[in-house]
Structure formats: structure tokens, C-alpha cells
Design a protein around this ligand. Sequence first.
Ligand SMILES: NC(=O)c1ccc[n+]([C@@H]2O[C@H](COP(=O)([O-])OP(=O)(O)OC[C@H]3O[C@@H](n4cnc5c(N)ncnc54)[C@H](OP(=O)(O)O)[C@@H]3O)[C@@H](O)[C@H]2O)c1
Length: 306
Amino acid sequence: MKALRVHAWGEPPRVEELPDPAPSPGRSIVRMHAATVGHIDRTIWSGAFLRHPPLPYIPGVEGAGVVVHSERFAAGQRVWLRGAGLGTVRNGTWCELVDAPDHALGALPEQVPMALGSAFFSPSTSAWVALHDVGQVREGQRVLVTGATGAVGSLVLQLARDAGAQVRAVYFDEEQRSRLPAHFDAVSADALAPEADLLLDTVGGDALPAALRGVAPGGRAVLVGYAGGTETRLDLPELLQRDIALLPLNMFRREASGRAAAPALLERLAQGRLQLEVTEFPFEQAGAALEWITRRGHRGRAVLVL
Ligand SMILES: NC(=O)c1ccc[n+]([C@@H]2O[C@H](COP(=O)([O-])OP(=O)(O)OC[C@H]3O[C@@H](n4cnc5c(N)ncnc54)[C@H](OP(=O)(O)O)[C@@H]3O)[C@@H](O)[C@H]2O)c1
């Protein structure tokens, strides 16, 4: 089979010919149609993640394809793949045939295209868990979202509105404002008043203290990501006086909640009640996709098609 393998941290993956996997108990073999290139893949690939597979390794924490052999699913079943150490402690999805633990697979409805089935899990379940499990959002609450032009942020916007919240996207310049999802209220970071019950921040860096100015005393902020910077400065006296709870999201620890939410989120995507943009790259262009996801202004998820 054809696979993309990384031989040294941060080096472009190479296309290689490897032996096909053989069936074994408790494991499924899936012919991949699509494999996502996300921020987590990039962090692992750079060697900066807490854990990573031994080199050389096949990256990819998510993907979608068709079952070739499995004790759990019939051959021919369309599936999504995620978890069970795929791409984090063992070889991942950037290959023609994945040999995955059975529990990494979930059924993919016919209406959901392979590329979307590959990409949906991380952004949609992260948005759901951040909003409901960590943020404890309630109907009527005032919610702010940063990074709403991004994959996770745009889904937080949609899910917060579905939950009956009064949601607003926080933008940092007019150019970013012009790319926000249509039909949502938006507010400039410079114009924030401390009135929101809940902030969901996917940007981090300097955006976090700026967005925290929009949270009311006693409010909460869910720290989802750091697309705009891994370090920040916080005014601790102000934070303590305003009594704002900073709540980190860690989807590896909350994988079970994400998996529980996945079927209903897939159903909404299948019905068009949730939107997630996907940009396809040829399999051989994984290096270009790894670069593309770091560019400001890119939209949606990058997916390698096989
Ligand atoms: N904690 C977890 O378990 C977990 C789970 C999933 C994702 N994440 C993290 O969440 C973050 C967002 O993921 P994503 O897939 O939504 O990423 P994405 O699609 O690349 O979106 C990134 C967002 O951040 C904005 N942004 C980047 N730099 C900025 C800056 N300097 N100032 C203002 N806005 C800036 C982008 O705006 P533009 O469109 O203007 O560039 C975009 O809206 C990533 O850090 C990811 O690793 C964490």
C-alpha cells in the first residue's frame, strides 16, 4: 500500500510503498478515502506534542473510508476513524489501508461525503464539549466566540445559537470581520464591554486578554486553542477581582464525551443543519496542507483525498 511517512520531526512526509496490513482480532482494516490534516497533526509532526509515535511514523489522527475487514462492521461499511492512539501513539490515517483498533471506527451516514466525514470529528465534538460540558451553556446566556472564521469557532457559533444562547463573534480587524459566517452578530474586540456570561476562545495569544474584557464579573472562559499564539499575559488582580473562571478544554481527556456526541452531530451535518467547510488536497500534497492550515485567512479543514 501507499503511505505517507515522517522520518524526522518537522521534515516533509514521504510517499512510500509499505506492506498491506493483515487481519487480526480486535482490529479493522479500512481502505481510506480521505484523511484530515489538522493542527494536532502538525503539532505531533513538529515533535512538540506530549506524546508521539516512534519514528518513522504515518501521521493522521482522523479519516474516513470503507471497511475491508472487521469483526465489528461488515465489509463495505462507510466509516470515520478517530482516537485509540491513531496518529498520536501509533501509525495514523495518511495511508491507503489503515489497521486500526475496532473502537476507533464509527458508522458514517451515506449522506455525509467522505471528506466531511473525515474532518467533522475534531471541530464539531470540540465545539460541542467546550460549549456544553466545559462551558455549561444555558438558554438565553450571552456568549462570545473568538476565531469564528475558523473550523472550531464557526461550529461553536452555530451550536451556541442552537442552544438558545445570544451568541456574538469577536473579530480583531475589518478584514477578519468580512470573512465571518453570515447571519451572526459580531463585535470588535476593541468595543467589548464586560457583559458576556461565557467566552469560548480558540485564538489564545494576545486575543485572550482582549476577549476576556468582554466577560462579566463571575463569568467563565473556555480556553479551546492557541491558533494566534501559545503564550499570553494576564492581569491577575483584574482577573481575580472580576472572578472569571478560566476553563481549559482537553479533547484527549474528554474523548468519550466527544464520541458520545458524534452521531447526533453527524446527523445535523447530514441534514445541512450544521456547516463545516472542507478543502481537498491530493494525497501527495500533505506538506502543502500542513503549511496551508497555518495561514491566516484559510477556511475550514484540510483533507487529503486518496
Ligand atoms: N483543546 C482541544 O482539545 C482542542 C480541540 C480542537 C482544536 N483545538 C485548537 O483550537 C484552535 C482552533 O482550531 P481550528 O481548527 O478552529 O483552527 P483554524 O480553522 O485554523 O482557525 C483559527 C482561527 O483563529 C484565528 N486567528 C489565528 N491567529 C489569529 C490572530 N493572531 N488574531 C486573531 N485571530 C486569529 C483565525 O482567524 P483568520 O481566519 O482571520 O486567520 C481563525 O478564526 C487550534 O489551536 C487547535 O489546535 C484544541
